[in-house]
Write a protein that binds this ligand. Sequence first.
Ligand SMILES: [Zn+2]
Length: 213
Amino acid sequence: MKGNTGFRENYGDWFRMMESKTEKSKSGKLVIPGDKLATIEEFVPGMGSASLGDSVVSTVVGDVEPDMSNRVINVKAVKSADDHLPKAGDLVIGHVDSSQPSMAQVTIIAVQDEPSDKQLSGMLSMREDRRRRTSSPIKAGDIIRAKVISTKNSIYHLSLDDPKTGVISTVCSNCGGSVIALSRDRVKCKECGFVDERILSEDFVKYSRGQMS
Ligand SMILES: [Zn+2]
Protein backbone atom coordinates (compact mmCIF):
# COMPACT_ATOMS: atom_id res chain seq x y z
CA MET A 1 0.00 0.00 0.00
CA LYS A 2 3.04 2.22 -0.36
CA GLY A 3 2.18 5.52 -2.00
CA ASN A 4 -1.54 5.18 -1.30
CA THR A 5 -1.70 8.20 0.96
CA GLY A 6 -0.05 10.32 -1.70
CA PHE A 7 -2.61 9.38 -4.29
CA ARG A 8 -5.37 10.26 -1.83
CA GLU A 9 -3.87 13.71 -1.35
CA ASN A 10 -3.44 13.91 -5.07
CA TYR A 11 -7.17 13.62 -5.64
CA GLY A 12 -8.07 15.68 -2.55
CA ASP A 13 -11.32 17.51 -3.21
CA TRP A 14 -12.48 15.12 -5.87
CA PHE A 15 -12.10 12.17 -3.51
CA ARG A 16 -14.05 13.88 -0.74
CA MET A 17 -16.75 14.80 -3.23
CA MET A 18 -17.01 11.20 -4.41
CA GLU A 19 -17.13 9.96 -0.83
CA SER A 20 -20.09 12.15 0.06
CA LYS A 21 -21.76 11.36 -3.26
CA THR A 22 -21.46 7.61 -2.95
CA GLU A 23 -22.52 7.27 0.71
CA LYS A 24 -20.46 5.14 3.06
CA SER A 25 -18.48 2.28 1.65
CA LYS A 26 -19.30 -0.94 3.51
CA SER A 27 -15.76 -2.16 4.11
CA GLY A 28 -14.45 1.37 4.58
CA LYS A 29 -11.71 0.67 2.03
CA LEU A 30 -12.90 2.96 -0.73
CA VAL A 31 -10.28 3.40 -3.44
CA ILE A 32 -10.07 5.64 -6.48
CA PRO A 33 -8.44 5.23 -9.91
CA GLY A 34 -4.65 5.09 -9.58
CA ASP A 35 -4.60 3.84 -5.96
CA LYS A 36 -2.02 1.10 -5.50
CA LEU A 37 -3.69 -2.05 -4.17
CA ALA A 38 -0.98 -4.71 -4.11
CA THR A 39 2.07 -5.94 -5.96
CA ILE A 40 1.77 -8.33 -8.90
CA GLU A 41 3.64 -10.95 -6.83
CA GLU A 42 0.76 -10.87 -4.33
CA PHE A 43 -2.30 -10.60 -6.59
CA VAL A 44 -3.31 -10.55 -10.24
CA PRO A 45 -5.69 -7.80 -11.38
CA GLY A 46 -9.38 -8.68 -11.69
CA MET A 47 -12.49 -6.54 -12.19
CA GLY A 48 -11.88 -2.83 -11.61
CA SER A 49 -8.11 -3.11 -11.44
CA ALA A 50 -5.12 -3.25 -13.77
CA SER A 51 -1.41 -3.95 -13.57
CA LEU A 52 0.98 -1.02 -13.73
CA GLY A 53 4.69 -1.83 -13.50
CA ASP A 54 4.98 -4.21 -10.55
CA SER A 55 1.80 -2.94 -8.89
CA VAL A 56 -1.90 -3.59 -9.19
CA VAL A 57 -3.85 -0.30 -9.22
CA SER A 58 -7.53 0.50 -9.03
CA THR A 59 -9.24 1.74 -12.19
CA VAL A 60 -12.57 2.62 -10.57
CA VAL A 61 -14.04 4.18 -7.45
CA GLY A 62 -15.05 1.25 -5.29
CA ASP A 63 -14.44 -1.27 -2.52
CA VAL A 64 -11.39 -3.55 -2.54
CA GLU A 65 -12.44 -7.20 -2.55
CA PRO A 66 -9.43 -9.52 -2.58
CA ASP A 67 -10.15 -13.12 -3.60
CA MET A 68 -7.59 -14.81 -1.35
CA SER A 69 -7.99 -18.34 -2.72
CA ASN A 70 -7.37 -17.33 -6.36
CA ARG A 71 -4.99 -14.44 -5.53
CA VAL A 72 -7.15 -12.06 -7.58
CA ILE A 73 -7.81 -8.51 -6.44
CA ASN A 74 -11.17 -7.04 -7.49
CA VAL A 75 -12.58 -3.60 -6.91
CA LYS A 76 -16.36 -3.57 -6.71
CA ALA A 77 -17.43 -0.30 -8.28
CA VAL A 78 -19.74 1.86 -6.21
CA LYS A 79 -21.47 2.93 -9.39
CA SER A 80 -21.90 1.49 -12.83
CA ALA A 81 -21.75 3.53 -16.01
CA ASP A 82 -23.29 0.77 -18.10
CA ASP A 83 -25.78 3.09 -19.73
CA HIS A 84 -23.46 6.02 -19.86
CA LEU A 85 -21.68 6.32 -23.19
CA PRO A 86 -19.08 9.09 -23.40
CA LYS A 87 -20.24 12.29 -25.05
CA ALA A 88 -18.32 15.35 -26.23
CA GLY A 89 -17.04 17.33 -23.24
CA ASP A 90 -16.95 14.35 -20.85
CA LEU A 91 -13.79 13.46 -18.97
CA VAL A 92 -12.85 9.81 -19.23
CA ILE A 93 -10.17 7.63 -17.66
CA GLY A 94 -8.35 5.33 -20.00
CA HIS A 95 -5.68 2.66 -20.11
CA VAL A 96 -3.10 3.33 -22.86
CA ASP A 97 -2.81 0.28 -25.12
CA SER A 98 -0.28 1.65 -27.60
CA SER A 99 1.24 5.01 -28.39
CA GLN A 100 3.09 7.00 -31.03
CA PRO A 101 4.64 10.49 -30.82
CA SER A 102 1.36 12.31 -31.59
CA MET A 103 -1.39 9.77 -30.94
CA ALA A 104 -2.35 6.87 -28.70
CA GLN A 105 -4.88 4.06 -28.61
CA VAL A 106 -6.79 3.99 -25.34
CA THR A 107 -9.34 1.68 -23.70
CA ILE A 108 -11.89 3.76 -21.81
CA ILE A 109 -12.32 2.39 -18.27
CA ALA A 110 -14.36 5.18 -16.67
CA VAL A 111 -16.68 7.91 -17.89
CA GLN A 112 -17.16 11.03 -15.76
CA ASP A 113 -15.67 9.13 -12.78
CA GLU A 114 -18.05 6.20 -13.18
CA PRO A 115 -16.53 2.86 -14.16
CA SER A 116 -17.26 1.44 -17.59
CA ASP A 117 -16.69 -2.17 -18.63
CA LYS A 118 -17.80 -1.71 -22.24
CA GLN A 119 -14.19 -1.88 -23.52
CA LEU A 120 -14.71 1.26 -25.63
CA SER A 121 -11.72 2.34 -27.69
CA GLY A 122 -10.59 5.93 -27.75
CA MET A 123 -8.22 7.67 -30.13
CA LEU A 124 -6.07 10.23 -28.36
CA SER A 125 -4.50 13.01 -30.42
CA MET A 126 -1.63 15.01 -28.97
CA ARG A 127 -0.71 18.30 -30.54
CA GLU A 128 2.92 18.68 -31.45
CA ASP A 129 3.12 22.21 -30.13
CA ARG A 130 6.46 23.33 -28.80
CA ARG A 131 8.76 20.84 -30.43
CA ARG A 132 8.81 17.86 -32.68
CA ARG A 133 8.74 14.74 -30.59
CA THR A 134 10.64 11.58 -31.29
CA SER A 135 8.98 9.50 -28.57
CA SER A 136 5.45 9.54 -27.18
CA PRO A 137 4.77 11.64 -24.05
CA ILE A 138 2.22 8.97 -23.09
CA LYS A 139 3.42 5.37 -22.71
CA ALA A 140 1.61 2.08 -23.20
CA GLY A 141 0.44 0.97 -19.75
CA ASP A 142 -0.12 4.52 -18.45
CA ILE A 143 -3.48 5.47 -16.99
CA ILE A 144 -4.69 8.83 -18.25
CA ARG A 145 -7.57 11.24 -17.91
CA ALA A 146 -8.70 12.76 -21.23
CA LYS A 147 -11.49 14.89 -22.62
CA VAL A 148 -13.86 13.58 -25.28
CA ILE A 149 -13.80 16.05 -28.17
CA SER A 150 -16.02 14.19 -30.62
CA THR A 151 -17.84 10.90 -31.10
CA LYS A 152 -18.06 11.14 -34.89
CA ASN A 153 -18.49 7.79 -36.70
CA SER A 154 -18.68 6.07 -33.27
CA ILE A 155 -14.99 6.80 -32.64
CA TYR A 156 -14.19 8.43 -29.34
CA HIS A 157 -11.74 11.19 -30.17
CA LEU A 158 -9.83 12.28 -27.07
CA SER A 159 -7.61 15.24 -26.24
CA LEU A 160 -5.41 16.48 -23.40
CA ASP A 161 -6.37 20.17 -23.80
CA ASP A 162 -7.39 20.66 -20.16
CA PRO A 163 -5.19 20.92 -17.03
CA LYS A 164 -7.16 18.08 -15.42
CA THR A 165 -6.22 15.77 -18.28
CA GLY A 166 -2.98 13.88 -18.78
CA VAL A 167 -1.23 10.98 -17.12
CA ILE A 168 -2.59 10.16 -13.64
CA SER A 169 -0.55 7.00 -13.08
CA THR A 170 2.72 5.89 -14.66
CA VAL A 171 6.04 4.20 -13.95
CA CYS A 172 9.62 4.66 -15.18
CA SER A 173 9.98 3.39 -18.75
CA ASN A 174 13.60 2.45 -18.01
CA CYS A 175 13.26 0.37 -14.81
CA GLY A 176 9.56 0.31 -13.85
CA GLY A 177 10.21 2.30 -10.66
CA SER A 178 7.97 5.05 -9.32
CA VAL A 179 8.36 8.55 -10.73
CA ILE A 180 7.74 12.14 -9.63
CA ALA A 181 6.96 15.16 -11.79
CA LEU A 182 9.74 17.69 -12.46
CA SER A 183 7.33 19.91 -14.40
CA ARG A 184 4.03 19.57 -16.28
CA ASP A 185 5.75 17.47 -18.94
CA ARG A 186 8.76 15.76 -17.32
CA VAL A 187 9.05 12.93 -14.83
CA LYS A 188 12.06 11.62 -12.96
CA CYS A 189 12.47 8.09 -11.65
CA LYS A 190 12.97 7.83 -7.87
CA GLU A 191 14.90 4.57 -8.36
CA CYS A 192 17.26 5.07 -11.31
CA GLY A 193 17.08 8.84 -11.92
CA PHE A 194 15.92 8.48 -15.53
CA VAL A 195 14.20 11.65 -16.82
CA ASP A 196 11.44 11.15 -19.36
CA GLU A 197 8.69 13.06 -21.14
CA ARG A 198 5.04 12.74 -20.05
CA ILE A 199 2.01 14.99 -20.40
CA LEU A 200 0.87 15.03 -16.77
CA SER A 201 -2.48 15.91 -15.24
CA GLU A 202 -2.36 18.74 -12.69
CA ASP A 203 -3.25 16.19 -9.99
CA PHE A 204 -0.08 14.22 -10.68
CA VAL A 205 2.04 17.39 -10.55
CA LYS A 206 0.49 18.43 -7.20
CA TYR A 207 1.02 14.93 -5.82
CA SER A 208 4.70 15.05 -6.78
CA ARG A 209 5.25 18.41 -5.07
CA GLY A 210 3.95 16.80 -1.88
CA GLN A 211 6.43 13.94 -2.31
CA MET A 212 9.41 16.30 -2.69
CA SER A 213 8.78 18.58 0.30
ZN1 LIG B 1 13.84 4.07 -13.35
